[in-house]
Design a protein around this ligand. Structure first.
Ligand code: HEM
Length: 304
């Protein structure tokens, strides 16, 4: 879906959006809260990596539950997903490519056999809805069903992990603890987990005096757009009281993030429960950003 053009893109996206309704996303709130509490209950009393202990397990558990994939496979999902998204690095090695291939083979084999099982045992979840759409006729091929599930599982957690990490890194040294919708949007604007998406020009265009030729690839730097002073006053200041009309962190246009409402819900519930339950949470080691561009996130975030 991420790489397709209409009409194939519209068909796949339409099917996912039909299954991914606002009602189903909102109904995830109790599961998100319960998962946050379970993870916080297990926080150690010595310094620990916030990414491994909270930011990573929360979104992968949520997207697996929503899709209807067994949550005891979350470690495998994380491993496969990490190996696959490593393909988006510049200067990737042959080993990275082999590992991504192997992860794709393993992920596909798992989903193939799991979908066969679920076909015989449908439930109330997104996977059963997508299987029903596939069985209803020409709408979704078996291969598209598997690649859509992989996209949802991978896209459904990778970016949220780093948004939670970046948010905690920014917020802990400050005093804001009231997680309003405006704070969630400011977190997303200020330090987005995905910096670059590309587009190809369908025709020659003039973009503010810059000539872009038909077929040329253009990198849209979402993070730079978010910090454009023409659009946000004092853009380098984190300010959850600013009246933000929009930001580019979820992209825009045809490929606008399908999971934006789910991501917003996870960030808002996750941060509020953390602040309420752990009022003394502090950063214990200076955090470092990973030297990658496919995800803008931290290597680790040591807290106590
Ligand atoms: C803070 C978390 C998230 C951020 C910042 C984010 C960001 C983005 C961005 C920038 C795109 C657009 C790509 C483009 O323009 O080419 C995108 C697409 C997408 N996102 Fe997210 N995302 C997040 C969470 C999620 C979640 C939770 C899901 C769950 C299903 C999800 C599913 C998708 C899918 C399926 C697409 C492809 C849509 C298409 O190609 O039509 N994302 N996301």
């Amino acid at each position: 879906m991420l790489e397709l053009e209409p009409p194939r893109h519209s068909r796949l996206r339409g099917l996912v959006l039909r299954a991914f309704t606002g009602r189903k996303v909102a109904a995830m709130a109790p599961e998100i809260s319960a998962t946050c509490h379970r993870l916080i209950d297990a926080f150690p009393d010595h310094p620990f990596d916030f990414l491994d202990t909270f930011a990573r397990p929360l979104p992968v558990h949520v997207i697996a539950t929503l899709l209807g994939v067994p949550t005891d496979r979350c470690d495998d999902l994380l491993r496969w997903s990490n190996a696959m998204v490593a393909m988006y690095q510049s200067g990737r090695s042959y080993e990275t490519e082999l590992a991504a291939n192997q992860a794709t083979v393993d992920f596909t084999a798992f989903l193939d056999s799991y979908i066969t099982y679920r076909r015989a045992h449908p439930r109330e979840d997104l996977l059963s809805d997508l299987i029903a759409a596939e069985e209803a006729g020409e709408k979704l091929t078996g291969e598209e069903l598997i690649s859509t599930c992989i996209l949802l599982l991978n896209a459904g957690h990778e970016a949220t992990v780093h948004t939670l990490g970046n948010a905690i890194k920014t917020l802990l040294p400050l005093t804001f603890r009231d997680v309003t919708p405006a704070l969630v949007e400011e977190v997303l604007r200020y330090d987005p987990p995905l910096h670059i998406f590309t587009r190809h020009a369908y025709k020659d265009i003039d973009c503010f005096g810059l000539e872009i030729k038909k077929g040329q690839e253009v990198a849209c730097v979402l993070a730079a757009a978010n910090r454009d002073p023409a659009f946000a006053e004092n853009p380098n200041r984190f300010d959850p009281t600013r009246k933000l009309s929009q930001h580019q962190s979820f992209g825009s246009g045809l490929h606008f993030c399908v999971g934006a409402p789910l991501a917003r819900l996870e960030i808002s519930i996750g941060l509020q429960i953390l602040f309420d339950r752990c009022p003394n949470l502090q950063i214990s080691e200076a955090p470092r950003y990973a030297d990658t561009y496919h995800f803008h996130g931290l290597t680790q975030l040591m807290v106590r």
